[in-house]
Design a protein. Structure first.
Length: 95
């Protein structure tokens, strides 16, 4: 099982601060993120709430405290394992 934590406005989109999910068969973070988007539509930055608050649509992901996906659309080849903690970080806004 993998613990997924939602930061900032992502908590409102998910309706919770964290959840526990089954590790994807592939062991890839990209597949985990795809599954989260199915469970929580808009969680990866497509929700109007995130776009309105931050003016951005990219969500960063960290595995065990290390940022592994900057959320700019590049393919994420990071792997995940049972017991990992994945944190989704809302886009930073401001100027």
């Amino acid at each position: 099982m993998i613990t997924v934590r939602f930061s900032g406005a992502l908590r409102q989109v998910a309706g919770r601060a964290e959840t526990v999910v089954t590790m994807p068969a592939s062991g890839m973070l990209a597949d985990l993120l795809e599954g989260l988007e199915t469970l929580y539509p808009g969680i990866l930055g497509g929700s109007a709430e995130i776009q309105w608050r931050h003016g951005a649509t990219h969500v960063m992901a960290a595995v065990n405290g290390r940022v592994v996906d900057q959320g700019r659309g590049e393919d994420c080849d990071a792997s995940v394992a049972d017991g990992d903690v994945v944190t989704l970080l809302a886009p930073l806004g401001g100027g």
